[in-house]
Design a binder for this molecule. Structure first.
Ligand code: 6PG
Length: 282
């Protein structure tokens, strides 16, 4: 991959999430205007919660044509959808406000209040939420391989354009980065660089938590995406960000460098950006 990303540095995680959410909303609007729908691959870990909170309330909630936005997952852990480690659960809880819609929020909030914007939450049709069907595979004991195959089939049936690399083109890919330089569930030394499957099962990593099997999109989707957005907060990310953004390029050793490309935007807070060389650190 060539070129360098735009790097934007903010005072704290809230300001970082707000700016990333605004850039994503603008890209959703543009994609819907240009192609009639926006395909968004979202992420897991701690990164997206703050972004979902921003997208779930005015002004972004009201600016985005949510009925034309389709959500996909860059990776998911092999746990039920309502498990604390699930990458889908924060999306359901914060962005979709499913508990309030089901009358289970514990606050008395209900579906009408979400629809009217009195309670946070976007009114995205459930058929636009393309979550990997891990819960089904666990209850039916069909295994993680079946989820990967089904997810790839669902993606291939969707009207996403396909890049010269043979991989689907997402309008927006939101990713976090791991302290070992992983992105998606593509870890350093991953064999997935040499494969062509759009979706693969990945054994539980031993070197990094959580030690749970996952499924992940092919690393090359980050090269194909129209707008990769990377978000990182906190001092714990400072060292790896310096290696990924200012060190020698070797995507197989540091898969997060797949998003070190022109057209990508990295949203960092000051603590995360602290070890970047001056010209990069904002
Ligand atoms: C996962 C991920 C992973 C994550 C990074 C950053 O399922 O583990 O999707 O790639 O985005 O590890 O995680 P944090 O946001 O928690 O720092």
């Amino acid at each position: 991959m060539s070129g360098e990303p735009a790097i934007r540095v903010f005072d704290d995680p809230t300001a970082t999430s707000r700016a990333a959410a605004a850039a994503m909303a603008a890209a959703f609007i543009e994609a819907v205007q240009a192609r009639g729908r926006a395909d968004w691959a979202t992420t897991g870990g701690s990164t997206p919660a703050g972004i979902y909170r921003e997208l779930a309330v005015a002004p972004l909630r009201d600016a985005v044509p949510w009925s034309s936005v389709h959500a996909w997952w860059g990776d998911e852990r092999f746990v039920p959808r309502d498990h604390p480690l699930s990458n889908v659960m924060p999306f359901d809880q914060i962005l979709m406000s499913t508990a309030a819609r089901a009358g289970l929020s514990g606050t008395g909030a209900d579906a009408a209040e979400v629809e009217l914007g009195i309670e946070p939450g976007v009114w995205m049709p459930v058929e636009n939420v393309h979550a990997p069907q891990v819960t089904n595979a666990i209850t039916r004991a069909t295994g993680i391989g079946s989820v990967a195959l089904d997810y790839e089939a669902e993606l291939r049936a969707a009207p996403l354009a396909v890049a010269d690399s043979g991989l689907p083109i997402f309008d927006v890919m939101l990713v976090g980065i791991g302290s070992d330089g992983h992105v998606l569930s593509v870890f350093p030394g991953s064999p997935l660089f040499d494969g062509s499957a759009w979706v693969s099962a990945v054994p539980a990593p031993e070197h990094i938590e959580p030690h749970v099997a996952r499924l992940t999109l092919h690393p090359g989707v980050l090269e194909a995406a129209r707008l990769p957005i990377v978000v990182a907060h906190g001092a714990g990310k400072a060292a790896i960000l310096a290696s990924v953004l200012a060190g020698e390029r070797d995507e197989r050793k540091l898969p997060a460098q797949l998003a070190r490309r022109d057209g990508a935007i990295w949203f960092l807070d000051r603590a995360a950006a602290a070890s970047l060389p001056d010209p990069l650190s904002g």
